[in-house]
Design a protein around this ligand. Structure first.
Ligand code: ZN
Length: 671
């Protein structure tokens, strides 16, 4: 049978026919796609006609269709369902794709042809395409001499190999580190449903008895909140923070090596550090500005965390240990705010949250309609699809939801595109949201935690950014914005999760059908600042750790990654022994295999815009069509077709202010 990827899919939205695809098809199509793309680019570079915008930049945007659609289809399935067959071919695919990027950006004839165009008369998205394309080429080394280009290719290839090895071992270490408990008594505090899933998980992993708690990606494990025995909590916590430190799946040195090679590459490109390289493509003005912002937030955050620890010790009656923090923090919330976060799960059923919460908020803001479809061939039976419609009934795109955790899925939650909206190519968007919600035991409803409710709204904010894109050119479409801007739309969408006009629509007790007890939202609002000291500190710790790894200079190699981690965090005034980093070096996938190197600061950077935007919505009447329309027109639909900060200022009517963020996180001066 011929490789189905070689021709555009005939399914609606050119959806890939996952039912017909095997690992070998991806590898073959990507190999052929690379060749085809190089041939097409070669023809552009060798064109003897005078350069025009159409025969250079637009022509480049039209190239590489086979590679483009195959890589997007592949990345979606590999991140969400990495079977053994896919894991086997992945290093080769990563290396093909990374080598291909170099072949394009370091092609002297192509860069000369692009640079030769006189673009002064261009305006709007056309002008943006030229400046962004040239910037990308320069940042990737297009202006280096041939000797340095050779060195750069070699470095890129080594970094790619290390990064895919890191990812592979991380998946292994996640499974190795799952904690086995022999006796149900050790798991006092878990619900019957949670106990049943833990028992299922133990059987699935080959244990004949007992219970298995698998780990999620960040340091904090959801079960730490409810496990009654401190010893059981300690085991789970230590398994989490020590991931990647031991055995065949040790990842620590891979991280250190990557950081070293990245610093060497930065020097080659003429920068002091890798962070400087990354930040030249950011909305942040530079490394010093980012460091100054983080350093400015640390003292207040740490002071708040210490104050919280003192409160926890009043209840625990002993010095607080990091594995006890979440448990006693939940106890304080119950006592002080009569807020039982664990009991809230009973009100949040996945389908209700999605359809009557996430989708409903989008309908009321943007006029969208959603119809679930069952006719797409998917890569796993748990995956679902919805067609999304505009208010006038026209079809907007396809939304793919893959919500449940499984061993073949990478940790965390993310949005991805299978097709991107770009009018030049007449493509309509197909976007995915992938989460890791524990799958309920057979026959049980899928209940989600308040955090997971937030994640559902968050990821759908990314989905809207992709769906609404009105870009002409694919490279400027949707979420192709600077990294420290891309989280902003998704953070804004979280504001609807607990909004008084949205929450009552989806929160209903799974057994009795009763709405949330009166006053729950007030209670959540009152309790909102409780725990912010811890949350902000664990986040800042990760952001500082990331910047420290990526502030190494010219090939500097760290021989003891754990000692390095401890030193840079303590020097920054953080308290890692009490409040550990949200991610440690051994399992910091964002920065070692996720495109966020020197970019983890982005979340708080874009949260400044987010908090300022929430204030705008609130001042302008909240959940209203006209508000949604303005946000869609000036911001979500723009992608990278104009400077994102310009879009922000047009939408908001002024530049962002930091005060709403400081207030939200309890960091305002004088507190
Ligand atoms: Zn996000």
């Amino acid at each position: 049978m011929p490789n189905p990827l070689l021709e555009p899919s005939t399914l609606p939205f050119e959806f890939p026919d996952y039912s017909a695809l095997e690992a070998a098809h991806y590898l073959d199509a990507i190999g052929q796609g690379v060749d085809q793309h190089l041939e097409e680019l070669g023809a552009i570079a060798q064109n003897t006609d005078a350069p025009t915008f159409e025969n250079t930049f637009v022509a480049v945007e039209r190239c590489g269709q086979l590679l483009r659609r195959t890589v997007m289809a592949y990345w979606t399935v590999f991140s969400a369902h990495a079977t053994d067959e896919l894991r086997e071919i992945d290093p080769e695919i990563q290396s093909l794709v990374s080598g291909h990027q170099d072949a394009i950006h370091l092609d002297e004839a192509l860069f000369a042809r692009l640079s030769a165009l006189d673009a002064r008369a261009l305006t709007g998205e056309d002008a943006r395409l030229v400046s962004e394309t040239l910037r990308t080429f320069r940042a990737a080394g297009a202006e280096l001499d041939e000797k340095r280009k050779q060195e750069l290719r070699a470095l890129n290839s080594q970094i790619t190999d290390l990064s895919s090895e890191y990812s592979r071992k991380l998946l292994g270490t996640m499974n190795d580190a799952a904690v086995h408990y022999s006796d149900a008594a050790e798991l006092d505090g878990l619900s019957d449903g949670q106990l049943a899933s833990a028992s299922d998980a133990a059987r699935a992993a080959g244990h004949t008895q007992g219970y298995l708690l698998s780990l999620v990606l960040p340091t904090g494990q959801p079960m730490l909140e409810c496990l009654e025995l401190s010893e059981s909590r300690r085991r789970l916590f230590e398994a989490s923070v020590n991931r990647g430190q031991e055995g065949a799946n040790r990842t620590l040195d891979l991280g250190a090596q990557m950081a070293s090679l990245r610093s060497k590459r930065a020097a080659l490109l003429g920068f002091d550090t890798h962070a400087d390289v990354v930040l030249q493509d950011a909305t942040a003005p530079g490394l010093e500005a980012v460091k100054a912002r983080l350093a400015g937030l640390v003292p207040a955050a740490v002071a708040n965390a210490r104050a919280e620890a003192a409160e926890l010790e009043k209840i625990s009656g002993a010095p607080i240990q990091p594995w006890d923090w979440t448990y006693y923090s939940a106890a304080v919330a119950r006592e002080r705010y009569t807020l039982d976060r664990a009991a809230l799960r009973e009100y949040f059923e996945l389908d209700a949250v999605l359809v009557r919460g996430v989708f409903s908020a989008a309908s009321r803001l943007y006029g969208l309609g959603f119809t679930e479809r069952f006719d797409f061939p998917l890569y796993h039976p748990d995956v679902r699809t919805w067609e999304v419609f505009n208010e006038d009934g026209s079809s907007l795109g396809l939304f793919v939801g893959d919500f449940f955790a499984r061993p073949t899925k990478a940790g965390g939650a993310w949005m991805n595109s299978i097709r991107e909206s770009a009018s030049l190519l007449e493509e309509r968007p197909v976007v995915t949201n992938t989460l890791n919600i524990p799958k309920p035991a057979q026959g049980e409803p899928a209940l989600v935690s308040l955090d997971e409710v937030n994640t559902l709204f968050h990821e759908f904010g990314h989905a809207l950014h992709g769906l609404f894109s009105a870009a002409i050119y694919p490279s400027l479409s949707g979420t192709a914005v600077p990294r420290d801007f891309v989280e902003y739309p998704s953070q804004v969408n979280e504001m609807w999760a607990l909004h008084p006009e949205v929450l009552p629509g989806y929160a209903a007790h799974t057994v009795t059908g009763e709405p949330l007890p009166a006053g729950t939202v007030d209670t959540l609002d009152a309790a909102a600042l409780w725990g912010e000291g811890f949350a902000t500190t664990e986040y800042l710790t990760a952001a500082v750790l990331d910047l420290s790894w990526h502030s190494l200079v010219d090939g500097e190699m760290v021989s003891d990654p754990l000692a390095f981690e401890q030193r840079v965090l303590t020097d920054a005034g953080l308290i890692p022994d009490l409040v550990p980093s949200r991610y440690r070096t051994g399992y910091f996938k964002h920065i070692f295999d996720g495109g966020y190197s020197a970019g983890y600061y982005s979340y708080i950077w874009s949260e400044v815009l987010d908090a300022d935007t929430v204030q705008w919505f609130t001042e302008n009447g909240g959940l209203k069509r006209e508000n949604g329309e303005r946000f869609r027109d000036e911001l979500l639909s723009r992608g990278n077709t104009r400077d994102p900060l310009e879009s922000y200022e047009i939408f908001r009517g002024r530049p962002a202010r930091i005060e709403p963020l400081l207030a939200r996180r309890g960091l305002a001066k004088g507190k």
